[in-house]
Ligand binder design. Sequence first.
Ligand SMILES: [Zn+2]
Length: 257
Amino acid sequence: MGTQPRPPVYILLGPPGAGKGTQARLLEERFGLLQLSTGDLLRAAVAAGTAAGRAAGAVMEAGGLVSDAIVIAVLKDRMAAPDTAVGVILDGFPRTAGQAGALDRLLADEGRTVAAAIALEVDDAAMVERIAGRFTCAGCGEGYHDSMKAPAVPGVCDRCGGTAFRRRADDRAETVAARLAAYHAETAPLIAHYERQGMLARVDAMGSIAEIAAALARIVAEPRARGEDPPVAASAEGSAGQGQGGTEGNPREKANG
Ligand SMILES: [Zn+2]
């Protein structure tokens, strides 16, 4: 165990439409966590001209797929930068169980593990209805929904009186269902990987943005016994600093709101 605090690493998993981007932003604002997407990481490393960045750049220029080893090297470099001190949220990595294993080994070299893999869970049928019901006014762009927000007068825009409406092809029920199926197929091995390790946290993502954010905040603020200090919410008192007990796997329920 190092004496120097290491940034906790969170992995955020969630299907398109689950609000992953919004929630990651809220975690950044509330805790000072830094969201790192694979694309941004690679582009920054290429621009910085690090050894790993040069290797990644050569592969990308040739139109190839950057190897897990290179992504891990880029990530390792990036996590040494001071702006990641509070912790990072990985977005888009790991994508396979192999990548998850590579990330585990990177962290194990520093005597630690991922802090949590958080899966935003949706009800697929409800999600399809939610997305496939969306449409907008072709005239003014006002957003509507078949069941949640229909125009007061059917077929007439509340805002501009227009009668032409648009639906995105991407929002068709079959398209949404296919996207969800692809997501489940891709993440199932990751979910299994982190579940085996006891690192998986499931969050019901069908609630309001505030409810989901509160559930995520509880997970992130949970004290850990893995050589890391949990990030402290910007709005909270600075009282959570020294809670490093040796109680492994103790699901601590915090009583505050
Ligand atoms: Zn309109």
